[in-house]
Design a binder for this molecule. Structure first.
Ligand SMILES: [Zn+2]
Ligand SMILES: [Zn+2]
Length: 215
């Protein structure tokens, strides 16, 4: 699987940055836009610079309804060709934005989206995370981790061994929950970014707009 960071708080050379998160996941023949950052023009601009064609997007996966993850949705839906849009039930206000432009799936319970691609389901009534299988194990992509990263990791275990986790970890501080995870990429709102990079020097990597992770 290939994960390209399209939008992040950390600056990427020649790219537009801002408070928010978006990533482009290519896995099992599918192209998935995970969250849409805070600003649509910046997101589309970054996609262009990174040679990503919005018309090729099969699915858009929205982790939760906060503006720094949904701000670019309306703009990106002008450029896509009827993708499937997965939103957590708590963000059903996004349905209106997608009317006539995407096939909307409202997610409450955990589900298999496509072969080897799952949603954890909406956890704690706020947020879903994406889980994809790779040869090394499953990788979680998370938006802000409002339910708690430890809760997300626990819930993802039902799909198989968790190999990696990429995304915003917010105020997560129970760092011992990351022991045994071999690929850790703290992005976006992660308060303890430096602590995580220091505590897991062999397994944790820095994240910025334009970073590419291949597993
Ligand atoms: Zn949030
Ligand atoms: Zn956020």
């Amino acid at each position: 699987m290939k994960c390209t960071i399209l939008y992040d708080n950390e600056e990427g050379k020649g790219l537009e940055n801002g408070w928010g998160f978006s990533a482009y996941i290519e896995v099992h023949g599918k192209k998935i836009l995970f969250d849409t950052g805070g600003d649509g023009a910046a997101l589309l601009n970054n996609m262009k610079k990174l040679s990503i064609n919005p018309k090729e997007i099969d699915m858009i996966f929205i982790s939760h309804g906060h503006g720094d993850h949904t701000g670019g949705l309306s703009a990106v839906l002008q450029e896509t060709e009827n993708p499937r849009l997965y939103i957590p039930a708590s963000a059903s206000m996004l349905e209106k934005i997608a009317e006539g432009k995407a096939e909307v799936v409202k997610v409450s319970e955990s589900m298999e989206i496509s072969k080897g691609i799952w949603s954890t389901g909406e956890l704690r009534g706020i947020e879903q995370s994406l889980v994809v299988s790779t040869e090394k194990g499953n990788v979680i992509i998370c938006g802000c981790s409002h339910p708690g990263l430890d809760v997300i990791i626990e819930s993802a275990k039902k799909f198989g061994k968790v190999y990696g986790v990429i995304g915003g970890f917010h105020g997560f501080s129970k760092l011992e929950a990351l022991e045994g995870v071999d690929f850790i990429v703290p992005c976006h709102c992660t308060v303890n970014k430096l602590n995580i990079l220091e505590k897991f020097p062999k397994t944790a990597s820095k994240c910025k707009t334009g970073s590419v992770f291949e597993i």
